[in-house]
Design a protein around this ligand. Structure first.
Ligand SMILES: *Cc1c(COP(=O)(O)O)cnc(C)c1O
Length: 425
């Protein structure tokens, strides 16, 4: 342990890191350690360039930008979908970049949740991000179904993680569709998506995964696993920028279903400008689009995704695991006795891209971290998320963060702050 506790050891890991050249491609504030890439990824020079190039095409072409230039706007959402496909293990036609996470879940449920006879329920869990639950409840109400009765939320045994057996036990013949996260936003637990999909299909149930915390951090094989649907945001691990356009996957076996929420961008691209009042639907995942794409909020993704394409998600995952493993080793050794509980799974198969610490004083410990130029992420009531990101963080920063945390605890630096969260935290 003594060897691993040294700064030299961290620096050695950085020298051996074959993704280290990417850090220079990001805008990193001097003297600041950014460990919040799982909430909002940092701006890269490539993302900035692709945004500027989108503005340039507007400048040069005006309306003709829809079909002219290196990246004609009319096909941009499809192009970005193709670039996301390797990150989730899907065919290019199964992926489209559109909407927001919340809107895409609404679209999936509007299109594929068809309560019939006994099968009227939606299965979710009690740990998912609130927006998913709000969307599900409102979709039930649209169908005239009472969420109290028709939304089933699988309970967590420990308040942090879900047991796949409990989820499978809840897959009754009353369930029409399942919505779960691929990686839980608090504990970072990875659910066994393959096993859950298989169990759902054996029971005649459709399954959708929210990949907000897994895309860009963890590899997926959605086609091989035969997952029905997935949706995700692109501003976390994909570094697309605040409010960047989200993504959606539809298994090709579901192609041909009319979108629940249709619009003219649901059209077959060759027919869209015929301006008919009868929709000629796109033959692929593109059908899930509604209106004109938010091109300025999609543009940074082109540059950002090129880094993922180059580095490869397997390599990114490998480094991410190495960083979180190193961080856990240091936390065990240095922060023992200060009242922290490590609430993320330790096992590699189950561990996502961030470390989740719980502490009674979490809110003000986060404020003290910020005062020390470390950017963490507070999750009410008592959670601290720390995400060392493979493309731009270093092992030395991991070492520094643990050292700073220890100093904050030893000197009780957190006590000068109120133990309350800010409006956004
Ligand atoms: C970040 C996140 C969202 C955010 O949804 P938006 O529509 O982008 O605001 C939804 N679900 C999960 C699991 C998330 O982590």
């Amino acid at each position: 342990m003594t060897e691993k506790s040294s700064l030299e050891y961290a620096q050695q890991l950085d020298r051996e890191d074959d993704l280290k050249q990417y850090r220079d491609e990001f805008y990193i504030q001097p003297e600041t350690i950014y460990f919040d890439g799982n909430s909002l990824g940092l701006l890269s020079k490539r993302a900035e360039e692709s945004l500027l190039s989108m503005l340039e095409s507007w400048k040069q072409f005006g309306i003709d930008g829809w079909l002219k230039g290196d990246n004609p706007w009319f096909y941009f959402s499809e192009k970005l979908g193709e670039k996301c496909a390797p990150l989730i293990g899907a065919d290019q036609k199964e992926v489209i970049v559109t909407g927001s996470t919340t809107v895409n879940l609404h679209q999936i449920l509007s299109t594929f949740f068809k309560p019939e006879g006994k099968r009227t329920k939606i299965l979710a869990d009690e740990l998912n991000f609130p927006t998913d639950i709000y969307a599900i409840k409102s979709q039930l109400r649209v169908h005239g179904l009472d969420p109290e009765e028709h939304l089933i939320q699988v309970k967590s045994r420990d308040g942090q993680t879900l047991d796949e057996n409990d989820i499978i036990d809840a897959m009754t013949d009353e369930v029409a569709i399942i919505v779960l996260a691929g990686v839980l936003y608090r504990s970072g637990q990875i659910l066994d998506m393959e096993r859950l999909t298989k169990a759902a299909h054996e029971r005649g149930i459709l399954i959708a995964f929210d990949l907000c915390h897994s895309i860009g951090s963890v590899p997926h094989s959605l086609s091989d696993w035969d997952v029905d649907f997935a949706f995700w945001c692109t501003y976390k691990h994909l570094n697309g920028g605040p409010g960047s356009v989200a993504g959606m996957y539809v298994n090709k076996k579901h192609f041909g279903t009319s979108p629940g929420l249709a619009g003219w961008f649901s059209s077959d691209k060759n027919k869209q400008f015929d301006m008919e009042h009868e929709l000629s639907a796109a033959p692929d995942a593109g059908v899930m689009q509604m209106g004109t794409p938010h091109l300025l909020s999609a543009a940074p993704l082109l540059g950002s995704l090129s880094m993922f394409e180059e580095a490869g998600i397997e390599k990114i995952r490998e480094k991410s695991l190495k960083m979180t493993d190193y961080m856990m080793t240091l936390i065990d050794a240095e922060l023992n006795g200060f009242g922290f509980t490590m609430a993320n799974p330790r096992d590699e198969e189950k561990r996502g891209g961030h470390i989740f610490l719980e502490h009674e004083e979490a809110a003000r410990i986060c404020k003290a971290l910020k005062e020390n130029n470390v950017i963490p992420d507070f999750r009410t009531p008592n959670g601290i998320r720390l995400a060392p990101v493979a493309l731009y963080n270093t092992f030395e920063e991991v070492w520094q963060v643990v050292k700073i945390l220890k100093k904050i605890m030893q000197n009780e630096e957190y006590k000068k702050f109120e133990n309350k969260r800010d409006v956004v935290a």
